[in-house]
Design a protein around this ligand. Sequence first.
Ligand SMILES: Cc1cc2nc3c(=O)[nH]c(=O)nc-3n(C[C@H](O)[C@H](O)[C@H](O)COP(=O)(O)OP(=O)(O)OC[C@H]3O[C@@H](n4cnc5c(N)ncnc54)[C@H](O)[C@@H]3O)c2cc1C
Length: 448
Amino acid sequence: MKNIYHSDIYKFNSPVNSYWEDTSKENFNLEKLTKNINCEIAIIGGGYTGLLCAINLIENYNLDVILLEAGKVGWGASSRNGGFCSFPPIKTSYKKLQKIYGKQETKKFFKNAVEGSNYTKDIISNYNIDCDVTGESNFIVAHHPNKFKQIKEQAEIYKNEFGIQTEIYSKEEFNNIGHGGTEQFGALSYKPGFAINPLKFVNGIAKYALSKKLKIFEHTFVDKIDKINVSYNLKTKEGSVNAKKIVVATNGFYQEGLVPQLNDRILPVISNIIVTRQLTKNEIDLHNFKTFSPIANTKNLLYYYRKLPDNRILFGTRGDFIGSDHSNLVRSKIMENFFKNIFPSWSNISVDYNWRGLIAMSQKLTPSIGKIKNEEIYYGFGYHGVGVASAPWTGKQLSKLVFSSNSKDLNISKIYKGLPKKFIFPKLRIFYFRLAVLFYNIKDKLNI
Ligand SMILES: Cc1cc2nc3c(=O)[nH]c(=O)nc-3n(C[C@H](O)[C@H](O)[C@H](O)COP(=O)(O)OP(=O)(O)OC[C@H]3O[C@@H](n4cnc5c(N)ncnc54)[C@H](O)[C@@H]3O)c2cc1C
């Protein structure tokens, strides 16, 4: 199988050196697959999508499911994201969605996105997961005075078209309840929204799945899938699985070659995070950083940040284009400058952690849920960096699809359904992305 990025980013055997790994020492130590076994449904990928699909297949349909994960359970983006439970999972505007799919489907899409956020909240309470929930809404901060008008319009559309609870704060008002800094010119809040410790969340889900007798194999990378009559044979290094149906839940960590019909459709993009040392109350007050809710700004290449429960600041943005450990380090230094430019009074605050991972984008610019034509292979991916609310929900939708084997049965917005187009000259995907970044960088410099 082919990697799009440097092999450093696919070191399945070791977890990333994240802040989250230092807050939770839970280790399931599950066995790897070392024999040949049979099952009804094999799920590839043990993040939010794969785990929730498995749990729903077992609980609602009593099916025989196994899950194969290349690293430890949750190794991918699900254990290392920023923990922002936000929506919608798109990299396009609602206006464009309305133009392509119509008003009704766009309305339904936003309704589904809100359902996703509520589903994540329900999982936390129903599975009894202690994952350090903070905040009561999401904030979008205008990073330039030009952008205040834009968030006011967004607040109106969210409220009037999609029934989403929103509020607008002037620069002064947000300084009192949110934060200050050089790039704060007012903000919009929308609900539902909150923040979590993503590793504790995925571990809690895995614990629940194990209590429901889901068989999970860790450190079991699926190398190859062969079709034998009406079933599939999934080959791993030391064993194999015969399954009637397969769910591909690998999102940004999908490697080209696994399923021909999925090849060349996903653009994995690196997202990087830095976390500062703990700040004292006096230091926090220098920027009036009051809120524990997740925040994103209005840049095209957006910054996302939040105050963690122990008064550290987590700050994230797009990563580098290479994926090596070295390029990660270089990028984290650049990000530290971004962070300190918007919060200059913290220029002497050191950074304790930096790490990165892969998100999945596609030409659709929205998620993709479905079944491959004439095959019993199902997929759910492409959350565009917004998977805490949408990946578990997608897992649940996938379970219904797998059970019925019929995508027409799925009562969700059409915007989710079906595969994105293949990239033309797919080897140039990262180059296309570089060009897009260049373009958006210029727009951000001009504040448009
Ligand atoms: C740095 C970063 C920050 C983010 N921040 C946020 C955020 O704050 N809020 C938000 O909503 N979203 C965020 N996201 C996105 C979010 O984490 C993802 O959308 C979500 O976790 C996707 O879940 P998943 O289960 O589909 O995929 P993943 O969690 O990535 O899981 C896929 C799994 O598939 C496994 N796999 C791949 N290939 C194989 C194979 N051949 N055989 C076996 N296993 C395989 C991988 O090991 C991996 O564990 C962030 C992502 C990153 C990387």
